[in-house]
Design a protein around this ligand. Structure first.
Ligand code: AMP
Length: 280
């Protein structure tokens, strides 16, 4: 496995890849867990060469403490990726990605970025789209893999490649969970045992929503979810929405023929967690 810190050396490696070979790309912020590794595994099955990037992108953090406390473990990450058979890892510095101007471009994603995560983390998706666009320009992958844990992010990247006319297939990958149902996340490393136990209730709530959303008005579901969270010791709810899977517009009632997902963002004390579930 090759590890590259700069664009020039990564691109000279990629130049030697045959014209008929495919490049699969998995962008990450490191502190890798089985969720990331399941994506790498899928990319390895579907491509000749797999490039993983590990880069904690400052422009997508609207909260400086969250950025400062973001878990890092580059040695372990590289050893996992090597064991999985990954071909190349890109671990750039911020200078390499942004040169002198560490700033996000402003995008308009037709309302996809102004709800849910976009509403509570202003500027987050501009930062994500900026770095993903730069990484796509550097790696020029045929296929790029993203986890459905960040479902809104997937919709935004799909919109980004459409409006910027970037030639890459965006491949969504299923959410990988702990045995408790808690969605795996690098941020889980910041939780103690009690917080982890309570955080599993985020997924239990989503399961409950899936069981009841056809028979209960959304306003009543929202009230029930909010009441349930208010009884938790360590969890506090930031938002709960049922949204159209394409437009991401939060729904106030279920309409026939449309498809929905339920979304939650919650804090386990100071650690922000998100999750979502398909309501098909
Ligand atoms: P991150 O390092 O958090 O930026 O995540 C890198 C990629 O891994 C993103 O596409 C995430 O959606 C995906 N990912 C993170 N956690 C999970 C999970 N539990 N299951 C599936 N994909 C995940």
């Amino acid at each position: 496995m090759e590890v590259f810190k700069d664009v020039t050396s990564l691109q000279s490696y990629l130049k030697n890849i045959g014209k008929s070979q495919t490049i699969g790309f998995v962008p990450t912020m490191g502190a890798l867990h089985e969720g990331h590794l399941s994506i790498v595994e899928k990319a390895l099955k579907e491509n000749d060469i797999v490039v993983v990037s590990i880069y904690v992108n400052p422009t997508q953090f609207n909260n400086k403490t969250d950025l400062r406390k973001y878990p890092k473990n580059i040695r372990k990450d590289l050893s996992y990726l090597k064991n999985y058979g990954c071909h190349a890892v890109f671990t750039p510095t911020t200078e390499e990605i942004y040169n002198d101007t560490v700033a996000a471009t402003s995008f308009n994603f037709n309302g996809l970025a102004t709800v849910m995560e976009g509403k509570y983390r202003p500027g987050h998706f501009d930062g994500v789209a900026t770095v993903v666009k730069k990484l796509f320009e550097i790696v020029k992958p045929h296929n790029a893999y993203f986890g459905e844990k960040d479902y809104q992010q997937i919709r935004i990247i799909q919109q980004l490649v459409k409006q910027e006319k970037i030639a890459v297939n965006i491949i969504p990958c299923p959410i990988v969970r702990e045995p408790s149902g808690l969605a795996m996340s690098s941020r889980n490393k910041r939780l103690d045992e009690t917080q982890l136990r309570e955080a599993a209730n985020i997924f239990q709530t989503l399961i409950g929503v899936r069981l009841n959303y056809k028979s209960m008005p959304i306003a009543d579901l929202k009230e029930a979810v909010s009441k349930y969270f208010s009884k938790q010791k360590h969890l506090s709810l930031e938002y709960f929405e049922i949204a159209d899977i394409d437009t991401l517009k939060p729904a106030s009632k279920i309409e026939k023929g449309k498809k929905y997902r339920a979304f939650i963002a919650a804090y386990a004390d100071k650690v922000r967690l998100i999750d979502n579930i398909d309501l098909a």
